[in-house]
Design a protein around this ligand. Sequence first.
Ligand SMILES: Cc1cn([C@H]2C[C@H](O)[C@@H](COP(=O)(O)OP(=O)(O)OP(=O)(O)O)O2)c(=O)[nH]c1=O
Length: 283
Amino acid sequence: MNVDQLPNCLVLASSSPRRRELVGALRLPIPIEVLATDTDETVCPELNPRMIVAELSLRKAVAAAQQLSRESHPSHGTLVLGGDTIVVLDGEVLGKPLDAEDARQTLRRLSGRAHEVYSGVSLLFVPESDQGVQEQLAQLATPAFSAGDGTEVPAGLLDIADKSARLLDGAAINRVPVWGAEELLGDIGRWRVAAAGSSPLAATGYTRSEVRFRELSEEEISAYVATGDPLDKAGSYGVQGLGSVLIEKIEGDFYSVMGLPLALLYQMLLPFGVSPLRQGIER
Ligand SMILES: Cc1cn([C@H]2C[C@H](O)[C@@H](COP(=O)(O)OP(=O)(O)OP(=O)(O)O)O2)c(=O)[nH]c1=O
């Protein structure tokens, strides 16, 4: 895919200090700014975990892109990044704990078992001359993803899922940016890119990891919750720092569990012309 314009800046649409730290670790050749939005994180209960994190990461990025343009921030030529992380146990989505007792209960459930962590990531490009991009962003449906467990969904069915994600008449569908085929990166994750003309407008993807906890004692659970560490984290623990002592094994991307799938993000940045492994950016 050709890139007509290259981003001058990356705006991280997140209040998470972990995401700020992780995106900084990539040492991108463009400056990073942070813009947290107050995005509604309620989702339709029928959504599966991969669609939840795709939807919420895209929602956060779209909200930040819209806020930038409302505030007449010099947003043009900006790449906006959104992320979302959930923990899933026996098919149940475990978000952040409500309070210390909720965190203790969650940790008791995670003790001695494996659970899944899904992290979604979305990128949006706001070019120099807006050219209806805000309107296109508002119409961007969350792309569908196949399961990633060997039961692949044929590409045609993904298209139908994309289109049925929003109720539009035929004419409107033609103006909506269309998501391309799934890019499959094995355990790194999978993602799709939507184009506006010849340039990429958006990319959304997710990574699934598996984390196994060792058996935790009641005393350890209480002491860990008393540190306050679990209270702002999905699944009531942080894989980084003190939380590492709870964990027996991780299969997948450590950074994805921490909140941002860096190996996937690296691949998703390339179509936008941004690479931390190249000197500068190609202009
Ligand atoms: C499982 C796990 C989650 N987390 C964190 C990552 C996320 O910050 C948080 C999940 O909540 P999110 O809703 O993904 O993110 P957030 O509310 O912290 O930030 P924002 O929406 O503004 O981007 O849990 C860890 O830090 N370590 C872990 O091991």
